[in-house]
Every structure is written in structure tokens, then in C-alpha cells.
Design a protein around this ligand. Structure first.
Ligand code: PLP
Length: 393
């Protein structure tokens, strides 16, 4: 039995998505910029996909959707595009300390180019308070960028409240909705965002495609230079098959969103309750309620995360330590660090992220084998009995 509990890293593509894409990988291979019938056919498919994404986001104008290659590119375009366009107003950007590296490292690059970035703190449960955002705003603040939900803990940020604040002050507001689009209702009007990033491979769609919502009137400079594709906002021949796949995946996720969220929440809670009651020195990271229904992040005192992941992998179970792009390197998670966790005391943290294929039998199997795996690793590390004073529940 192979058990995949790493859906925040990526998801398998749905067969319906592949079906929708197939014609555009085969006979309908045209370039959407050609004026002959092959080109027009491709263009039509691209515009239909744009319409679907706009409607899933509650956006009024389909031209507000820019197709890009990934969530990372959407974040880059949002931040660099908006920061450079608004530099006349100021060079101060507000973000949080727990963003994905797609935002953190883009901010770093902007800092090297003379922008100033404030990284807002979160509390011990990973929550960001709107007051904290309000206090950070200055007359020269030109952009705010915050994630809708955290990829490591699933904790949800108060995007609508910040959207309201940003609008009052006329500051461009970007939300990274890569982990929420298709899982939670994401409406650009109700959230009050000017820019919003999403990605195909997190929602059972293809890799290599993402989209950025750009509110009409938002000033942007392009990051990619070349042809006039995507109305001059993102040059490069469009990936029609992937855009069609993204749209189909979005439709399917939106259709099943509520039932699926309830289903995975009940499985996730069962997994979490089971782990916390069966394994001493295990502690949940992240607010219990205000988080994605599919995500559970748990620290295991006296066990390091790499050993845990590898031991579980040998048992056929895939889980992650923090974000996928940093696993493999032994750097501590900047997210857990910002929440005040100390790996040397709290132990290694595992992220369990459930998805459409997760079953009750899989959860039971993980609950059966995890206590032994943790015990074995603790014994090998010489800490089979965590200090009572440091035992969390
Ligand atoms: N933002 C968040 C919150 C993410 O979780 C990820 C991927 O894990 C990204 C951005 C980057 O998306 P992509 O993998 O499509 O580049």
C-alpha cells in the first residue's frame, strides 16, 4: 500500500484534465497568435480557459487573468510588476515572515534593488493579526503581499480584512492563493485583492501553468519581455494544453469543494487526534480551527524530520517536512521558527497533507505504523523517553 500524504507539494492530475488537454497536445497544436484556423482554434481554447478561471474567482473581466508558468512566476510578476510600477508612490513593501520562498526571495531581490521590505511576525499559532498589518503601513508603502493559507501549517490569513485596509489606503494588495484556490472559496471581490496568484499542479491540474489575477486599472510592469502575448503582460507563446487543463481542474475542484473539504477534514482530524493521543511528545503546529481542512503539521520531540520522512517512505508513506522546495536541505523551517518553535526542543516537524485520493484505510495504516517509527527513531537518537516537562499534547 503506497500512501501519498503530500498534496500541498503537488497533486496527481485528474483523468478528466488529461482528456481535456489531449486534443491540444495532438491535432489542435496551433499557436494562439497565428491568424489561420489552427491559430484561431488555439486562441478560442485559451480564451475559454481564461473565462473559466475568471468566473471561478468571481472576476468581472476575463482580461484580468494572465496565464504564467507557475505559482512562483505569478508571485514574481505580482511583486516585481506592482512594486516597480508603484515606485513613484514609495518603495516600502509589507509581507509576512512565513511566506513561500516564491515571495520571500522575490522580496529579497527587490531589496537588492533599493526597495524596503517589512516581514510581519505571526503568533505562536501561526496567525497574523490585521492590527499588525495596519501598524506596519507607512505613507511610502506601495504594496502588501500575503499568503491566503500557509503551505506548511495550513493556517489561513485574514485576507479580506487586509484587503479592506489596503483599499482604504490605496495600496496595491497581492494574495498568494496557491494553497487555497480550488480548496476554499476564493473571490477577488470578497477578498478585496488587486493581484492573486494560483497554480495548476496544486489542484489536480498540470505542472507548468499558473495564473495571476490583475484587477483592471492596477499598474504593472512586465517581467518577461518579448511578444505582445497576454496583452503585453507576459511574453511567450502560450501553453494552450496546460491552460485548458488548469481550467478543467479548477471547474472540477470548485464543483466538489465543499463536500471534499468536509471529507478530508474528518480524515485529517482523525489522523491528528490519533497521533496526539498515541504518541507522547507530539504537538500540533498551527491554529486548530483557522487552517486548511487537509493539512496537519506535527512536531515529534526527540526525532529529527529527515529520519522520520525516510522511515515513513520505506513504509510506503509520503509526507513532507515544511515546504517541498526546502526539504532535502536541512535548514529549519522559517515558518515554524517564526511561530517560536525550536527544533532542538520541539523535535522534527512533519506535514501531512491529505487529498482527493486519501482514504480512511490509509489514515488507519499511518496511525498503526507511526508510533513504532517514531519510537525507533527516538531510540536510535538515544531519546526514547522525552523529558516530561517538554511533553506537549
Ligand atoms: N506559493 C505557495 C503558498 C506555495 O505553496 C507554492 C508551492 O508550493 C508556490 C507559491 C509556488 O507554486 P509553484 O509550485 O506553482 O511554482
Amino acid at each position: 500500500m503506497r500512501i501519498y500524504l503530500d498534496h500541498n507539494a503537488t497533486t496527481p492530475m485528474r483523468p478528466e484534465v488529461l482528456e481535456a488537454m489531449r486534443p491540444y497536445l495532438e491535432a489542435r497544436f496551433g499557436n494562439a497568435n497565428s491568424i489561420h484556423s489552427w491559430g484561431r482554434e488555439a486562441k478560442r481554447a485559451l480564451e475559454e480557459a481564461r473565462e473559466v478561471i475568471a468566473s471561478a474567482l468571481g472576476a468581472r473581466d476575463k482580461e484580468s487573468i494572465v496565464f504564467v508558468s507557475s505559482g512562483t512566476e505569478a508571485d514574481n510578476l505580482a511583486l516585481k510588476g506592482a512594486a516597480w510600477a508603484a515606485r513613484g508612490r514609495g518603495r516600502h513593501i509589507v509581507t509576512s515572515a512565513v511566506e513561500h520562498h516564491a515571495v520571500i526571495n522575490t522580496c529579497r531581490s527587490l531589496e537588492e534593488q533599493g526597495f524596503e521590505v517589512t516581514h510581519l511576525p505571526v503568533d505562536g499559532e501561526g496567525l497574523l493579526h490585521p492590527d499588525t498589518v495596519m501598524r506596519s503601513l507607512r505613507t511610502d508603502t506601495s504594496a502588501i503581499s500575503l499568503m491566503h493559507a500557509n503551505n506548511e501549517t495550513g493556517v489561513i490569513f485574514p485576507i479580506a480584512e487586509v484587503g479592506h485596509l489596503a483599499r482604504q489606503r490605496g495600496i496595491v494588495f497581492h494574495a498568494d492563493a496557491v494553497q487555497t484556490f480550488g480548496r476554499l472559496p476564493v473571490g477577488v471581490e470578497s477578498l478585496g485583492v488587486d493581484l492573486l496568484s494560483l497554480s495548476g499542479h496544486k489542484i489536480y491540474g498540470p505542472k507548468g501553468i499558473g495564473a495571476l489575477y490583475v484587477r483592471p486599472g492596477t499598474k504593472m510592469v512586465p517581467c518577461m519581455h518579448g511578444g505582445q502575448q497576454e496583452r503585453g503582460r507576459r511574453a511567450g507563446t502560450e501553453n494552450i494544453a496546460a491552460a485548458v487543463g488548469l481550467a478543467r481542474a479548477a471547474e472540477l475542484c470548485v464543483e466538489s469543494m465543499q463536500l471534499e473539504a468536509e471529507r478530508v477534514r474528518s480524515l485529517r482530524d482523525r489522523l491528528e487526534r490519533g497521533i496526539l493521543s498515541r504518541i507522547e511528545g507530539a504537538r500540533r503546529n498551527g491554529h486548530r480551527e483557522r487552517r486548511l481542512a487537509n493539512t496537519s503539521n506535527i512536531s515529534f520531540q526527540g526525532a529529527d524530520e529527515e529520519s522520520l520522512i525516510l522511515a515513513l517512505d520505506l513504509e510506503g508513506v509520503a509526507v513532507a517536512a515544511g515546504a517541498a522546495c526546502t526539504s532535502g536541505s536541512l535548514e529549519p523551517s522559517h515558518v515554524l521558527e517564526a511561530m517560536g518553535r525550536r527544533p532542538e526542543i520541539d523535535g522534527g516537524a512533519l506535514r501531512f497533507s491529505l487529498g482527493a485520493g486519501t482514504t480512511e484505510a490509509e489514515i488507519e495504516r499511518v496511525l498503526d505504523l507511526l508510533p513504532t517509527v517514531v519510537e525507533r527513531i527516538r531510540a536510535a537518537a538515544g531519546s526514547s523517553h522525552p523529558e516530561p516537562a517538554l511533553t506537549y499534547r
